[in-house]
Design a protein around this ligand. Sequence first.
Ligand code: IFM
Length: 450
Amino acid sequence: MSIEFPRGFLLGSATSAYQIEGAAAEDGRQDSIWDVFCRVPGAIVNGEDGLVACDHYHRYAEDAKLLAALGMNTYRFSVSWSRVLNDGVVNRAGMDFYSRLVDELLANDVTPWLTLYHWDLPAALPGGWTNRDTAKRFVDYALAVHERLGDRVRTWTTLNEPWCSSFLSYAAGVHAPGQTDPAASIRAAHHLLLAHGWAVQALREADPSASLGATINFTPALPASDSARDRDVARRVDGTTNRFFVEPVFTGHYPADVLDDLAEIWPDDLVAEEDLAAISTPIDVLGVNYYTTNVFRAGEPTEPTPHIAAPDAVQVLRDLPLTGMGWEVDPAGLRNLLTWLHADYTGPAGVPLVITESGAAFDDVADEAGYVDDADRIDYLRRHLTAVREAMDAGADVRGYLVWSLMDNFEWAHGYAKRFGLVRVDSDLNRIPKASARWFADVARTGRVG
Ligand code: IFM
């Protein structure tokens, strides 16, 4: 059965600066926390890093043409803070790069969607996100980028996936800066949200007609059984993974049960009186990143963990296909997530949803010509697009779907082994569209999933 999306529905793809740009020490770019983390022995599979990545810094014009050739109307990319500001001063060469990129996208009829923060914090900022001052520096950075690109970029996302840049980075130690301190991770999460709120206020004042928002990664957490212990562990995981971020943005308070769960380690001096009003400054769009849904049972505590309120959470796999990341393929989870968000948060606020990331890594096999016939990825995308349509039919206001990712790239601690791209990047950095790219191009051009 074929499904159709309304005219104007955004269909495109997403990337992030550190994962694709390379040119890490070029034109005055300084270290981000990811440059530093990649130098830590054992932090990244095979000791890989983003020094060259996909060399997008030099191949951006080719990549903009590729987006157009694949019929995509929207491209979500992120700006590298440490490329455009040096110790708080604008680095003109770095800004010039993004200006050229935006021009090239527009010349190819691809609408740019800019993310300000996709995890690559300047390494020089003392204390990183544990320091409240970093949120103030973020506002300066947001305004500096807007000053240069605001005339051409109309959609601005403050943060990408704050759960990753707080709990996964400061409590689990899996992402930069690699800390394993639950209280520090709470500080990071709050300061990230504060940075978001303050930046929305500042950008709104600078540019009242810009579309502003944040992107949250939602991983629904379900109990493995109906037992009180399993239900409670799933509630605690859901609290810090999902509700910790969406609830203050839309309601101006942290979830009461999460505050109870974290009471013993919540820093007393963390939240100033006016913070939650800033964090809940109205936004124009909520970006939703969805990859999977997880099921948990209560077990023995393990540390370090990103689930700081649920160290006893043990994931239970269901009888579902797995992606190359070992993540369960669960499109119904996306439909349920969108329905929940619309009912509890975005619907009442009149804020539309856009899927700002959805996609899958698979163990691609290239033929002699370098072509990948990735039927598994096509199936993943077809089923998730169908789930989006179902949520829309049930009333959710969803305005777009951006595939993660345009091309294979640096998958953080996994290095280059995990391939999420619609387009294969080979060892010579050639771009070779996979079968999924051709398939998605047809969806993007027609607005129909056949
Ligand atoms: O590659 C990442 C991206 O940077 C953020 N969202 C999830 C993707 C896949 O893990």
